[in-house]
Write a protein that binds this ligand. Structure first.
Ligand code: ACO
Length: 428
């Protein structure tokens, strides 16, 4: 029997079907609300709005659960790789050996960029932010691969592999451009993460060889960022994709959304905050007091989450990994001590406890990347490389959904009522 919610407004009542997700979450289906009642809903920032059904990622924010296609993030972090997880997200199941080998071969084949890309990069000022270049260059892929518009299964596989692979080359080239360094071609003998580090840090006369610890840690960071259901950037990819914009254009928009400091840009903001404390600008206690003062407009970066109200399971894994990797690399980073102190203070402060504000994934990822020698301006870019499989998976799911319609929210208009045009001479 279908369950229903009743909504009464003035003399009319409507029964709205209640649909149930596979983990028991309930949603009131309001698709007929406006047609039958003349009402719309108002939910700024979409805190109570399900924009779609999705079978990709499950989060229970109260319990701190995150699963990709049903698999707990802790198990994937322990046993899987970023590329295997990318396949899982995009194609819905763990790959067989043959499928994974085929995907890896495609990633290797697609790693180089068309030579003309170099001219595009050279057009950017040397101090251009890598996130700006990343977004622009992903969009530029549409110029070189216009076939990305209407994709059958085989073509989609090709474009997905192309994007997962090239985003890493574009990211590395953006970094090289920001330092005025020569571009380093991908090395087909190297695997995904090692190849990225090679393109970032090698010189034409000196090949950079990343350590196992660094490769494993970056693999973990990418895997942990690979999807997070309907977050700001993924929703952006879906909104853009709903207009039937191609895969590259849709994901380029996702990069722009991710850039902001309240989303992926928070990993940079966390580092800047920790550095400011370290340089003696403010103590940890003063930083906390500022974050609690609503008038300051300042937030404790790397804390809080729209969905997690208990703990962010990714932050737990990353904190453990930061402890381990910094030890393995022999890095003694005072910023890690400051981060630990801030966390300790915040978790025993009633402001943060009452609002259920816990460290999120960005709180420890920056420290880990810094220890690996990754420059701060690349943190959000690395988040974008990690999130790419998630964006692609959502774009695919959306395009496979029967009856997909363009996303077009409504509004409550609060501007002037009809006003007659005033000739210039009569205006005050
Ligand atoms: N520092 C201080 N206060 C905070 C913080 C914070 N980091 N986060 C939330 N709050 C406060 C809010 O001001 C609000 O206070 P009020 O109830 O007195 O008005 C209360 O806590 C509840 O806030 P939410 O509604 O849970 O916050 P929202 O869902 O709107 O925003 C967000 C979530 C953007 C992540 C926010 O917590 C924030 O700005 N955090 C810092 C930036 C950050 O780390 N972003 C990364 C998020 S994870 C990711 O995108 C990968």
């Amino acid at each position: 029997m279908t369950r229903a919610a009743k909504l009464t407004f003035e003399d009319k009542t409507i029964e709205l079907p209640v649909i149930e997700g596979s983990e028991g979450e309930l949603a009131v289906d309001i698709t007929q609300l406006r047609a039958e009642m003349g009402l719309i809903t108002l939910d700024p920032a979409f805190g109570n709005t399900g924009a779609c059904t999705s079978a990709i990622t499950y989060i229970d924010g109260e319990k701190g659960i995150l699963r990709y296609r049903g698999y707990p993030i802790e198990q994937l972090a322990e046993h899987s790789s970023f590329i295997e997880t990318a396949w899982l997200l995009i194609f819905g199941k763990l790959p067989t050996r043959a499928e994974l080998d085929r995907f890896s071969a495609q990633l290797t084949a697609h790693a180089p960029l068309h030579e003309s890309f170099k001219h595009h990069f050279e057009g950017f000022p040397v101090n251009a932010p890598p996130m700006a270049m990343l977004s622009a260059m992903i969009n530029t892929l549409s110029c070189f691969h216009p076939e990305a518009q209407d994709l059958d299964e085989a073509a989609f596989f090709e474009e997905a592999a192309r994007l997962v692979s090239k985003v890493r080359t574009i990211a590395a080239y953006s970094y090289r451009r920001s330092l005025g360094l020569p571009f380093i071609y991908p090395d087909p003998k190297l695997r995904y993460v090692a190849n990225f580090l090679h393109m970032m840090f090698s010189m034409p006369y000196d090949q950079h060889v990343a350590t196992r610890e660094v490769i494993e840690a970056l693999n973990l960071i990418l895997l942990l960022h690979a999807d997070h259901e309907q977050n700001c950037s993924t929703s952006t990819v879906r909104v853009v994709g709903s207009s039937r914009a191609n895969l590259f254009a849709s994901c380029a928009a996702g990069v722009s959304a991710l850039w902001g400091p309240l989303h992926g840009g928070a990993n940079v903001a966390v580092l800047e905050m920790l550095e400011a404390i370290h340089k003696g600008g403010m103590s940890a206690e003063q930083t906390l007091a500022l974050a609690k003062d609503k008038k300051s407009g300042f937030k404790l970066m790397g804390f809080g989450h729209r969905v997690y109200k208990n703990f962010d399971p990714r932050a737990v894994i990353l904190k453990r990994s930061a402890d381990k990797v910094l030890g393995q690399l022999g890095v003694n980073d005072p910023l890690l001590d400051i981060a630990r102190r801030l966390e300790e203070l915040a978790l025993s402060d009633s402001y943060f406890v009452e609002r259920m504000l816990y460290p999120n994934v960005d709180f420890y990822s920056g420290i880990l990347m810094r220890a690996m020698g990754i420059p701060t301006n690349m943190f959000t870019v690395i988040f974008a490389i990690g999130r790419m499989p998630g964006w692609i998976a959502h774009w695919k799911e959306q395009h496979e959904t029967e009856g997909m319609r363009i996303a077009r929210p409504r509004q409550i208009y609060t501007g002037p009522r009809e006003t007659n045009y005033l000739p210039m001479a009569e205006r005050k």
